[in-house]
Ligand binder design. Structure first.
Ligand SMILES: NC(=O)c1ccc[n+]([C@@H]2O[C@H](COP(=O)([O-])OP(=O)(O)OC[C@H]3O[C@@H](n4cnc5c(N)ncnc54)[C@H](O)[C@@H]3O)[C@@H](O)[C@H]2O)c1
Length: 249
C-alpha cells in the first residue's frame, strides 16, 4: 500500500481536471485522475509525477462504489475529492429532450452526490477528515442554458447541504465557480460563429477583461484543498475576474 495523502479528481482527463490534478501535487502525495475516458486520463497522468489514472463513470453507482473501494485498497485513505466531471446539453428549452436532462443531472448532480456518499464511508471509518471541492459554474448566478445551469445551481445546493452533513466528520465542502475557460467543453454544440460571439460577450462582461485559465481554477481548488482552508466550508469561490458582479452593459 502507498503512504501519503490522496486526492481524486473526476473528469481528470479534461482541461480543468488535469490542471487541478497538477496543482494538487504537493497538497497531497498522490492524485488519481478518474474519468470515463481512461485512455485520455492515462495520457494526462503520464504528464503529472505522482498521478495515476483510474476508470470511473460518476453516473454509474457500481462504478463509483468500485472506484472508491479501489482507491481505499491502493492507498488506505482518501483526503480530497474534486467533483469536476460534467456534461452539457442543448441550450434551448424547446429542443431539450427529457433523456438529455436526465443524463445531465445524472452526471452533474447525482455523480458528485454518489461519490461524496461513498467517500463519507471512508471518512467515517478513518476519522482523518477531508476536503470536497465541487466545480460549479458562474452561470449558477446569472442563468443560462437551462439544463446545464440548473445542474450547476444544484451543485451549489449539494455543496451547502453536505457542508452541514460532513462538518462532524471534519470534512469541508466548498465549490469553485469558474467563468469561461477555453476547453472543448465550451466549444461543444456551438458553430465557429456562435463560439466567436460567445467569447466576445464573455470578454465584455468580465471586469478584468480576460478569460479564466485552467491554472486560475486549479489555484482556487488547491487552496480549498489545503490544510490552511480547514475552517472554510459551504462557500462558493467565484473565479471569474469579477463577472459574478454582473456589471451593467
Ligand atoms: N470550461 C469552462 O469554461 C467551464 C466554465 C465553468 C465551469 N466549468 C466546469 O468545469 C468542469 C470541467 O470542465 P472542462 O471544461 O474541463 O470539461 P471537459 O469536457 O474538458 O472535461 C470533462 C471531463 O469529464 C469527463 N466525464 C464526462 N462524463 C463523465 C462521467 N459520467 N464520469 C466520469 N467522467 C466523465 C469527460 O470524459 C472529460 O474528460 C465541469 O464541471 C464544467 O461544468 C467549465
Amino acid at each position: 500500500m502507498n503512504a501519503g495523502r490522496v486526492a481524486v479528481v473526476t473528469g481528470g482527463a479534461g482541461g480543468l481536471g488535469a490542471a487541478i490534478g497538477t496543482r494538487l501535487i504537493g497538497v497531497v502525495e498522490h492524485v488519481v485522475l478518474a474519468d470515463r475516458n481512461l485512455d485520455a486520463a492515462r495520457d494526462r497522468a503520464a504528464q503529472i509525477p505522482g498521478a495515476v489514472a483510474l476508470p470511473l463513470d460518476v453516473a454509474d453507482d457500481t462504478s463509483v462504489e468500485e472506484f472508491v473501494a479501489d482507491v481505499e485498497k491502493r492507498y488506505g485513505r482518501l483526503d480530497v475529492v474534486v467533483n469536476n466531471a460534467a456534461v452539457t446539453a442543448v441550450r434551448e428549452l424547446d429542443a431539450l429532450q427529457r433523456a438529455d436532462w436526465e443524463r445531465l443531472m445524472a452526471v452533474n448532480v447525482w455523480g458528485p452526490t454518489a461519490l461524496c456518499r461513498a467517500a463519507a464511508g471512508v471518512w467515517r471509518g478513518s476519522g482523518t477528515g477531508g476536503r470536497v471541492v465541487n466545480i460549479t459554474s458562474r452561470t449558477w448566478l446569472s442563468g443560462g442554458p437551462v439544463a446545464y445551469v440548473t445542474s450547476k445551481a444544484g451543485v451549489v445546493g449539494l455543496t451547502r447541504s453536505l457542508a452541514l452533513e460532513f462538518a462532524p466528520l471534519g470534512v469541508t465542502v466548498n465549490a469553485v465557480a469558474p467563468s469561461m475557460v477555453a476547453t472543448p467543453f465550451t466549444r461543444s454544440g456551438r458553430t465557429e460563429a456562435e463560439y466567436a460571439a460567445f467569447e466576445a460577450r464573455h470578454l465584455a462582461m468580465t471586469p478584468m477583461g480576460r478569460f479564466a485559465t485552467p491554472q486560475d481554477i486549479a489555484e482556487a481548488v488547491g487552496f480549498l484543498a489545503s490544510p490552511g482552508a480547514g475552517f472554510i466550508t459551504g462557500e462558493v469561490l467565484h473565479v471569474c475576474g469579477g463577472a459574478q458582479l454582473a456589471p451593467s452593459p
